[in-house]
Design a protein around this ligand. Structure first.
Ligand code: HEM
Length: 393
């Protein structure tokens, strides 16, 4: 089988395994709490670790469990740190004008000591990080399969299938890339979406109050939301949709290379050209989304308060390369946002003399567009919420 075919077969298998894992988990109700490191679920995290780490730990714990059955340590997990480093490098490398060698490939022939050749050392560092990030967790799965301690994961299922079908080293390489892409593609994107939700909520307290009122009226104050509550809380869903429309995670999606010369609406597109879908423009189209830069969850609600049918699907890409983790992503963002809202108020942080620290809502450019770090306070809503949080930590 050609390498390309193996990859597509594995991606299809990936989609099937992802869906079956979600369905099984939902059936067995294994997700009563928001996802997070098992010993310290997301809500508990906020009491003890910085919020940026809490988002990442929660998002990574979902994708790493799916990909490798890996359990994330509550703090300072070396794989999560490596993952963050690789995401940072990927974002930097895809910034416009990230490196002159992208535009002038001939530069790669100059020696490393030549002025301006810093990209060579960066490329070497990227290779080392990528090698580690792709290989280390898969080797762990192989070891645990050999000693009989492996838990079910995408990697263990694919490795078993590869062995049964005699896929050999070529199959192994494809499995390494596919499982690696699950968690590299899933953790940074999901944590970015939750980060943007926090930004939206701190800037729009009215939205926060309305969402909290809805949650309180549906589930009361003695527990966190779970997936069965979702259909009864359309406003919270509308908030999640608006978050990703407002600060689209992948503003230019992922590029496609054109296989043959083409003409589109009079524009000649030569074979080999790299095309970026301008998703950002679609979700900021003023005809489709009036006042596109305003944060307005109600644009996703019908007059009777129920959700309309616009799920902003393009946030997950298009065609056969559409994000295979979209259902996991959608569920993860919803459970994190609704759980945070159920027990926390998100407010402006106060600086000297009790003055609010202003927030810059700019996002960094790149493959994944994340809000610049901002200060805010995430505090239990009241004594009742504090008691619930403590019971979960
Ligand atoms: C809010 C969170 C997420 C967003 C916004 C997002 C968005 C995207 C987008 C735009 C693409 C490119 C699709 C295309 O080329 O048309 C993509 C690809 C991908 N995503 Fe996601 N994603 C998210 C979460 C996840 C999660 C949780 C997983 C895994 C559990 C995942 C796994 C993948 C993989 C493996 C690919 C590459 C597919 C391929 O190469 O064909 N994503 N995602």
């Amino acid at each position: 089988m050609a390498h390309e075919d193996i990859r597509y077969t594995l991606l299809t298998l990936l989609a099937v395994v992802l869906v079956s894992i979600i369905v099984t988990k939902r059936r067995r109700r294994l997700l009563p709490l928001p996802p997070g490191p098992p010993s310290l679920p997301l809500i508990g995290c906020f009491l003890s670790i910085p919020k940026r780490d809490a988002f990442m730990a929660a998002a990574a714990s979902v994708t790493l469990a799916i990909a490798y059955g890996y359990k994330v340590a509550p703090q300072g997990d070396s794989l999560v740190e490596m993952l963050e480093e690789s995401a940072k490098l990927a974002i930097e490398a895809t910034l416009p004008f990230a490196s002159a060698v992208n535009d002038i490939p001939g530069l790669k022939y100059l020696p490393g000591w030549f002025p301006g050749m810093g990209f060579k050392a960066r490329a070497k560092h990227c290779r080392t990080v990528l090698h580690e990030v792709l290989n280390a967790p898969l080797e762990d799965v192989q070891r645990s399969m050999a000693d009989g301690t492996a838990v079910q994961s995408l990697a263990s299922e694919l490795l078993k299938a590869n062995e049964a079908s005699g896929g050999g080293a070529e199959g192994y390489d494809a499995i390494r890339d596919v499982t690696g892409s699950v968690y590299t593609a899933g953790a940074e994107t999901t944590s970015t979406a939750v980060n943007s939700a926090i930004l939206a909520l701190v800037l729009h307290p009215d939205v926060q109050w309305r969402a909290q009122a809805e949650i309180d009226s549906v589930i009361g104050r003695d527990r966190l939301p779970d997936f069965d509550d979702r259909a009864s809380m359309p406003y919270v869903d509308a908030v999640c949709r608006e978050v990703i429309r407002w600060k689209i995670v992948n503003p230019l999606g992922l590029p496609r290379r054109v296989r043959s010369d083409d003409v589109y609406e009079g524009h000649f597109i030569p074979k080999g050209a790299l095309l970026f879908p301008n998703t950002w423009a679609i979700v900021h189209d003023p005809e489709r989304y009036p006042e596109p830069f305003s944060f307005k969850p109600e644009r996703f609600l019908l007059e009777d308060g129920s959700l309309n049918d616009d799920e902003v699907q393009m946030k997950f890409g298009f065609g056969r390369r559409i994000c295979p983790g979209r259902h996991v992503a959608d569920a993860s963002v919803w459970i994190m946002v609704s759980s945070i809202l159920a027990v926390f108020d998100i407010c402006h942080a106060k600086g000297e003399h009790g003055k609010e620290i202003p927030i810059d809502e700019t996002c960094i450019d790149g493959l994944v567009s994340r809000p610049l770090p901002f200060e805010c306070a995430i505090v239990p809503r009241d004594a009742k919420a504090a008691t619930l949080i403590r019971s979960l930590a």
